[in-house]
Design a protein around this ligand. Structure first.
Ligand SMILES: CC(C)(COP(=O)(O)OP(=O)(O)OC[C@H]1O[C@@H](n2cnc3c(N)ncnc32)[C@H](O)[C@@H]1OP(=O)(O)O)[C@@H](O)C(=O)NCCC(=O)NCCS
Length: 332
């Protein structure tokens, strides 16, 4: 009898730009303080991609190169690349196509997924399903966002949160039960008006008016988003554990989307997990939207052990949210 194929994560790559934007820098730009930002969000500094002609694909390329080097594969071996992003290089073509071209991944087809901060979980689940089908052997899943391109640096309620970065994982078939074991994904479009970009789509194409009215930047009503995020991320993570007959004791690491330290704490508490089991790098990078979860894996890779149970959890614009259970496939 054929063994069940699961999609194992077999390598991780990441990239953050060199330039830092600290809370003290922001104190000079808007009416805020380092103390307010630290206590309300947990962010201390974030990375900003600077330079003419630099876009989201320019962060994906080094992340995927690193992953290929670690696994000892050539980009030509990649079958498919999926990119979760809300800051594509252009509306079209897909950033995945642009990145594949820059990488020389000539045998890969690629496409983008728009699911905001849940972008990595959505793409990971899609990629895993492709591997499980038996038709694809090497799928690269990326979460990447250049949030500085769509943040209004005169709006103190949003500019303090976001940063730029990219993370990527390689998915390959596994027959020993390692990899993506389960995933619960949700969305509710009725929450869209709390967190969105007003113009630049077919509803309100770019015009002098949309630019003058600053409608090409993140619009967020922080408090309702915060409330939905706390409940959404904690509920879905608890649901995932229950569905798989697991408790917090069975989980080695929670890998949460890095939106706000208080949202992360609420999710960990609900799962019965101590702080030591929670990956947190929001202090260094801020909220990099689709990149937060793979950047955590990138930072923690050396500490991960084969057989560790990991729960990835996210919440974001859409609303979109979800949680994924992963059995880690290699010693870091
Ligand atoms: C944005 C967020 C950090 C704001 O924190 P908050 O505790 O909800 O703060 P509030 O919006 O209630 O604002 C409290 C006060 O601080 C002020 N404030 C807002 N931003 C500030 C800043 N950067 N510095 C100083 N004061 C600030 C507000 O104007 C308000 O003042 P007021 O009481 O005089 O009206 C928080 O709502 C949040 O994290 N929301 C979810 C974000 C998120 O997850 N987004 C992405 C989805 S993935």
């Amino acid at each position: 009898m054929n063994k069940k194929i699961t999609a194992a994560i077999t390598a991780v790559g990441g990239f953050v730009p060199e330039d830092k934007l600290t809370n003290f820098d922001l104190e000079k730009m808007v009416d805020t303080t380092d103390e307010w930002i630290r206590t309300r969000t947990g962010v201390v500094e974030r990375r900003i991609l600077k330079g003419e002609g630099k876009a989201t694909s320019d962060m994906i390329v080094p992340a995927v190169k690193e992953l290929c080097e670690k696994r000892g594969i050539d980009p030509m071996e990649i079958d498919c690349m999926i990119v979760g992003t809300v800051t594509p290089d252009m509306v079209f073509p897909a950033t995945a196509n642009i990145a594949c071209d820059k990488l020389g991944a000539k045998n890969a087809f690629g496409f983008d997924v728009s699911a905001a901060c849940s972008g990595f979980l959505y793409t990971l689940t899609l990629g895993a399903t492709m591997i499980e089908s038996g038709r694809y052997k090497k799928v690269v899943v990326c979460g990447a966002d250049k949030m500085s391109a769509i943040v209004d640096y005169t709006d103190r309620t949003t500019c303090i949160i976001f940063g730029d970065g990219a993370g990527a994982v390689l998915l390959e078939p596994n027959e020993e039960g390692y990899g993506i074991l389960d995933s619960i994904l949700k969305s509710d479009g009725s929450g869209g008006h709390y967190l969105h970009m007003k113009a630049g789509g077919s509803l309100r194409p770019a015009s002098i008016e949309t630019v003058t009215n600053k409608q090409h930047v993140v619009y967020q009503e922080g408090q309702p988003v915060f409330k939905f995020a706390v409940k959404g991320m904690a509920d879905v993570s608890a649901e995932l554990l229950e569905k798989n007959h697991l408790t917090g004791d069975d989980i080695a690491w929670l890998v949460p989307h890095q939106a706000n330290l208080r949202i992360i704490d609420a999710t960990a508490n609900r799962m019965g997990l101590p702080k030591e089991k929670v990956m947190i790098n929001i202090n260094k990078y801020g909220n990099t939207t689709a990149a937060t979860i793979p950047l955590c894996l990138w930072d923690w890779e050396k500490r991960l052990k084969k057989g560790d149970n990991l729960v990835f959890a996210a919440f974001g614009g859409g609303f979109t949210w979800g949680a994924t259970l992963v059995k880690w496939a290699y010693n870091g």
